[in-house]
Design a protein around this ligand. Structure first.
Ligand SMILES: NC(=O)c1ccc[n+]([C@@H]2O[C@H](COP(=O)([O-])OP(=O)(O)OC[C@H]3O[C@@H](n4cnc5c(N)ncnc54)[C@H](OP(=O)(O)O)[C@@H]3O)[C@@H](O)[C@H]2O)c1
Length: 233
């Protein structure tokens, strides 16, 4: 049971990432998932979240082929950008690095919603899910640090909420959420969270797809963790 009553088409953005690859694998095994399209820089070398034209071009290509996606799963994002480790202190803050975090972790998902929601059906259950992070929760912030990544992920949550309101006016059955995948063993965490038990990408993907399957349109606009718990803003 995956929450889609009928057959559905899926698009996975960042399909070459650690979690993205596992999401593609698991979708491919679902009986009612009739197609899974991978959108990443391997399949589309010109694609870049920091370049709106590249997102528009890929979207136009799908539209020209009459492709519609019931599920768009955005598995992109970055913690280290161009070798810059996340800040431990505000004294390490660099405006260009901070802007790069917003570009990839907040504006990127916003542009994906802007363009890819246009190639989602206007009726019936549709989902746009993007990978957020618990550290983007302002209320939950106990430790400080990682200010650029945290701030961009917090902005991503506002983008999701705002877009969810608009998308639900176009299609009351739409769902637009961000998901915290847990601490997952991918290249993003290789140097970090070494003392935590990490989920394997396939464990995380299974849990995240189960959460999506159980969400209703009334729960759109928020961030949920891999157990389906709504996270504080
Ligand atoms: N792993 C965790 O424990 C964890 C925890 C909390 C949240 N998350 C979130 O989960 C998401 C995925 O994480 P992951 O662990 O799977 O990381 P990952 O293995 O590093 O995958 C990141 C993906 O994002 C893509 N990407 C990055 N910058 C891009 C750009 N400018 N244009 C297009 N694609 C770009 C990468 O493509 P390239 O390979 O082409 O760069 C890759 O497909 C991120 O948003 C992360 O913040 C992960």
């Amino acid at each position: 049971m995956n929450g889609f009553e009928k057959n559905f088409h899926a698009l996975v953005v960042g399909a070459n990432g650690g979690i993205g690859t596992a999401i593609c694998d698991q979708l491919s095994e679902m009986e009612n998932c009739i197609s899974v399209v991978n959108l990443d820089r391997r399949a589309y070398p010109e694609f870049d979240l920091r370049d709106e034209q590249s997102i528009a071009k890929v979207t136009d290509g799908f539209r020209a082929k009459g492709m519609l996606f019931d599920l768009v799963f955005d598995a992109t994002g970055a913690l280290e950008i161009e070798g810059e480790r996340p800040e431990k202190s505000i004294r390490e803050l660099d405006p260009l690095t901070m802007a790069a975090h917003f570009s990839i972790n907040a504006i990127g998902p916003a542009l994906l919603i802007k363009h890819l929601s246009q190639i989602q059906p206007r009726s019936g259950r549709t989902i746009f899910a993007t990978l957020g992070a618990r550290v983007g929760s302002i209320e939950d912030n106990q430790l400080g640090g990682w200010i650029s990544y945290r701030a961009a992920k917090a902005a991503q949550n506002q983008i999701i909420k705002t877009a969810a309101i608009e998308l639900s006016r176009q299609n009351p059955s739409s769902i637009c959420v961000s998901l915290h995948p847990g601490t997952v063993d991918t290249k993003l965490t290789r140097k970090y969270a070494t003392s935590y038990r990490k989920l394997s990408p396939s464990e995380a993907a299974e849990k995240l797809l189960r959460v999506l399957g159980e969400l209703s349109p009334e729960e759109s606009g928020f961030q949920y963790d891999y157990a389906g718990i709504k996270l504080p803003s």
